[in-house]
Design a protein around this ligand. Structure first.
Ligand code: IDP
Ligand code: MG
Length: 140
């Protein structure tokens, strides 16, 4: 299985609830390694740039409003099949549809307040990691 990197974001709803450590434990227990991590607050325009692909969606404004409402924790995860492994332990976009034991099912409030972001392909992982991290900050 390929060793990959993926971008994870612990979203404002989870950071406000002080869930960073509990979420990190889920990631590590699943065999993913947090090889870079920082806490920051996105501006509205940075959130819009990050979620550019969703610009035409009805939920775009609410999404960007939420993502810039409080700090986030952005992380690079590394491990075997890290992209799909992270998506698996995150669970479905809507916590109500996510499997029991997934991060979104266990900590999410709604499709909007769904605790975490994870890259959806290795190609997007590369782009998203570069959005937040310089090469110097990623220690393998
Ligand atoms: P993903 O986060 O599971 O990859 P995407 O379809 O990429 O899901 O959507 C990005 C984010 O936009 C979701 O995590 C969620 O916070 C929000 N979102 C997606 N669909 C809806 C919706 O129908 N209503 C409100 N927010 C949504
Ligand atoms: Mg997505």
């Amino acid at each position: 299985m390929p060793i990959q990197k993926t971008l994870s974001i612990i979203k404002p709803d989870a950071v406000v609830k002080n869930l960073t450590g509990k979420i990190n434990a889920r990631l590590e227990d699943a065999g993913l390694r947090i090889i870079a991590q920082k806490r920051l607050q996105l501006t509205r325009s940075q959130a819009e740039k990050f979620y550019e692909v969703h610009r035409e969606k009805a939920f775009f404004d609410d999404l960007c409003e939420h993502m810039s409402s409080a700090p986030v924790v952005v992380q690079v995860l590394c491990g075997e099949n890290a992209v799909s492994k992270n998506r698996e332990i995150m669970g479905a976009t809507n916590p109500a549809n996510a499997e029991i034991g997934t991060i979104r099912r266990d900590f999410g409030q709604s499709i909007e307040h769904n605790v975490v972001h994870g890259s959806d392909s290795p190609e997007n992982a590369d782009i998203e990691i570069k959005f937040f991290f310089s090469q110097l900050e990623i220690i393998e």
